[in-house]
Design a protein. Structure first.
Length: 122
């Protein structure tokens, strides 16, 4: 599975093979919210259930992708929020500190909400 978080979706032109499950979840970095990360976590949950490999990308691979991986660490690997945020911001992946609002998504209430949504799919 390839999850594209960019607003533009050119994955099909780059990966025309039907061997890939291409998923487009356009996330605007300046307006990212828990619903966006829930969409990503749902796709990951489905891929994991099928034992599929997952590649997530955006433009820089650091902010939208970083937030998605941080939430993955919390939801699926039981990392503490602080550890996941530390890896996202200081793990050498190029996080841009201008996106200060991203931190606010990572609170116990939102994590619990995402966990509950994953237990009760639509």
């Amino acid at each position: 599975m390839v999850i594209n978080l960019r607003s533009r979706n050119k994955d099909l032109t780059v990966l025309p093979s039907t061997d890939f499950n291409l998923v487009h979840i356009p996330i605007h970095t300046w307006a990212m919210n828990r619903e966006d990360l829930l969409q990503v976590m749902r796709q990951i949950q489905q891929a994991k259930a099928l034992h599929h490999k997952i590649l997530i990308h955006c433009y820089h691979g650091s902010d939208r992708t970083g937030a998605s991986i941080a939430m993955y660490r919390i939801i699926f690997e039981n990392w503490p929020i602080a550890d996941a945020l530390n890896e996202m911001k200081h793990g050498g992946y190029g996080f841009h500190p201008v996106w200060i609002h991203i931190d606010k998504i990572f609170n116990p209430e939102n994590v619990k909400w995402i966990q509950q949504q994953l237990l009760n799919p639509p």
